[in-house]
Design a protein around this ligand. Structure first.
Ligand SMILES: [Zn+2]
Length: 299
């Protein structure tokens, strides 16, 4: 029987009051059904998670979702340098410091992943914002203790490569769920709790870092209730599948033994997929990242 992982991206730092409340709702609903989530949190968001929310989150897995998500330069941009080692070094710097939200410059004090570790020391999993990962960046995260990656879409069975376990891409939550869940091992489901109550906060950054922080608009009450009820309905469905023995669930990441067979086509396809977000959002065409992908996978 295979495992199911319930994952959540936690990233909107512009409106802590509303977002903390939504996060509390999510954790409380999971707790009612004795389900464990993995919460991928950005450093900028970890800074404004309040005590009550942090206490609730502690009982679940905490993952890392990069220091600053959609703030530019994003991962794809700051690793787009010719020299691979320089890209690793830059990633290490970016993921151990915070970004100042007034100047958008890196602060001197320790932050990044250490900010998220303040909620729970044990941070071993990572998901790249927009699933837009880059090999030198992932290698830097390995040095910071990351062992499990949730960013790739190379195969629907978890695999181990260079001491990193890659989990499959999340399955759809619509009618395709059953087919995709059948094909995937383990099964990964993802949510953005902030989107239950708000319109895409990071669309503000699409045209570059803003002069001042604006909050995304709240949805109307009916939409919020509908989104919350859809979530509750879905996790109940999962609870049922666990109870009848169709899936199992611990919430704890396990190392994959399975390997991946690599070829150039597969790597090129993954590069194109990973570059989709920066291309679409920022019209950013990387110069060197494709070479980093090929270097990493040895093709
Ligand atoms: Zn995200």
């Amino acid at each position: 029987m295979k495992e199911i992982y319930l994952t959540f991206d936690v990233e909107d730092f512009t409106d802590p009051k509303v977002n903390n409340k939504t996060l509390q709702f999510v954790v409380e609903e999971l707790n009612k059904l004795e389900l464990k989530g993995i919460f991928f949190i950005t450093a900028m968001r970890a800074k404004n998670i309040d005590k009550k929310t942090a206490m609730l989150l502690k009982e679940h897995e905490i993952g890392y979702h990069s220091s600053s998500h959609s703030v530019r330069p994003i991962i794809f941009e700051f690793t787009d340098v010719e020299d691979y080692e320089t890209a690793v070094e830059e990633s290490l710097k970016r993921e151990t410091h915070n970004v100042n939200i007034k100047t958008w410059k890196l602060s001197k004090n320790k932050g990044g992943i250490f900010e998220v570790m303040k909620i729970k020391e044990d941070v071993k999993s990572f998901r790249a914002p927009g699933y837009s990962w880059s090999p030198p960046h992932l290698e830097a995260l390995k040095e910071l203790g990351i062992e499990f990656d949730f960013s790739t879409k190379m195969q629907n069975k978890a695999f181990s490569f260079k001491k990193m376990t890659h989990f499959p891409f999340p399955v759809k939550k619509n009618a395709l769920f059953y087919i995709q869940a059948f094909m995937s091992d383990p099964v990964v489901v993802d949510w953005h709790p902030e989107s239950f109550v708000k319109k895409g906060w990071d669309s503000i950054f699409r045209f570059g870092n803003p002069q001042s922080i604006k909050k995304a608009n709240l949805l109307d009450v009916q939409s919020i209730n509908r989104n919350k009820n859809t979530f509750i309905g879905f996790i109940r469905k999962i609870r049922f599948m666990l109870d009848v023995g169709l899936l199992k669930h611990s919430g704890e990441c396990k190392k994959a033994i399975r390997k991946i067979s690599i070829n150039e086509k597969k790597v090129e396809r993954e590069y194109r997929r990973a570059s989709f977000w920066p291309m679409k959002y920022f019209n950013y065409k990387a110069k060197y990242v494709e070479a980093h992908f090929k270097n990493y996978f040895g093709v």
